[in-house]
Design a protein around this ligand. Structure first.
Ligand code: ATP
Length: 334
């Protein structure tokens, strides 16, 4: 690794991958990919199975050598397969691995020592507490559930005092409370300036934590941008709406251009709309004194965008589907 000059605006990026290519025989797993993550940014990495997410993460960790392109982490060029993972970089790829016959706490102590850090007891306790594993820290890892191993993996990553966290499916195997806790932890770390790259199949979970997304398909970035850009470009969301007078609500909605609405198969109304059209509908219902009893987001902008980019429907086709079809198509593909 060698020190690198400052970026064009003087800010060192946490990740700067340029023109990355990785081939396995005839398969091009990553095909000319550029990716940048700023300090304090949480970037979601999305893509269907085989899109190249894990291959990208393995290249960033220096576990495999790219066939083309360069990786800079925290301002340093990564010399692949040479030496340890860069100081300040933490995380795991595929799944975290531990000694099964040792306790969670002993594994962390060992890792900290192997890492050349002083095994500072209070830091280990703090990390165990942050992932809510303190109570089970003396149990052998062989008795841990998948979710508990994921939590221990996160604790191990925290011990490296990371400025960049690379996390492959960190919420797989976690229960809803655990998933929420990881989301909170990631946001806290980002607020302290830690950059995070997070791959996940749970689109709904990514939506709660990410500032930006890279969507991969067949090794290429088919979309790259901020959460706000995604919201404006997504082909609409689907909602489930229950009102005090659905027939009247249906009539009012049909006067709003480009909103798609129909009685839903499971009761209430199914609505496909962009956020500004939904605002208009809610205001119209209020003016007509129709009460909203329940309004649920069934398909989020990120889900519809992901589906448009990686599924068989393109964005224009999604715009012509009825709301129930939109929700059904996306939920079936999820
Ligand atoms: P998933 O969501 O299923 O984990 P992914 O997006 O992480 O998928 P990768 O595991 O990066 O995808 O795989 C990308 C492509 O590269 C796939 O076609 C896969 O079969 C291939 N590939 C990955 N690793 C190897 C390897 N070691 N040898 C041969 N092919 C590989």
């Amino acid at each position: 690794m060698r020190p690198h000059a400052l970026g064009i605006f003087g800010a060192v990026q946490a990740v700067r991958g340029t023109g990355l290519v990785k081939r396995f025989g005839a398969t091009t797993a990553v095909d000319g990919l550029d990716i940048t993550i700023a300090p304090g940014e949480v970037r979601g990495l999305l893509g269907p199975n085989g899109a190249g997410k894990t291959t990208l993460l393995r290249m960033l960790f220096g576990l495999i050598r790219p066939d083309g392109g360069t990786v800079e982490l925290l301002g340093q060029t990564l010399d692949h397969l040479g030496g340890d993972v860069l100081a300040g970089v933490g995380g795991f790829v595929e799944e975290p691995a531990f000694y099964p016959y040792l306790s969670g706490r002993s594994n962390l102590r060992l890792l900290a020592r192997l890492d050349g850090q002083l095994a500072r007891a209070e830091e280990i306790e703090l990390a165990l507490g942050r992932v809510d594993l303190a109570r089970r820290a003396d149990d052998r890892v062989s008795g841990y559930s998948t979710g508990m191993r994921q939590r221990l993996g996160l604790a191990a990553a925290l011990l490296r005092r990371p400025r960049l966290l690379l996390l492959d499916e960190p919420t797989s195997g976690l229960d809803p409370a655990g998933t929420r806790a990881v989301a909170t932890l990631v946001r806290e770390l980002a607020a302290d300036g830690v950059a995070v790259l997070l791959s996940s199949h749970q689109i709904g979970e990514l939506e709660k934590v990410c500032d930006s997304y890279t969507v991969l398909r067949q090794g290429r970035a088919v979309w790259d941008g901020s959460a706000a850009e995604l919201e404006t470009q997504a082909p609409g969301s689907a909602y489930s709406l229950y009102t005090s007078d659905d027939a009247h609500a249906l009539e009012l909605a049909s006067a709003i251009p480009r909103i798609r609405i129909q009685p839903a198969s499971r009761g209430g109304l199914a609505v496909a709309a962009r956020p500004e059209q939904m605002d208009e509908l809610v205001a119209a219902l209020g003016d007509a004194r129709i009460l909203i009893r329940r309004l649920e987001l069934v398909v989020s902008p990120l889900e519809s965008m992901f589906f448009a980019l990686t599924g068989e429907h393109d964005a224009a086709a999604l715009d012509t589907l009825g709301p129930q079809q939109l929700a059904d198509a996306i939920l079936a593909g999820a």
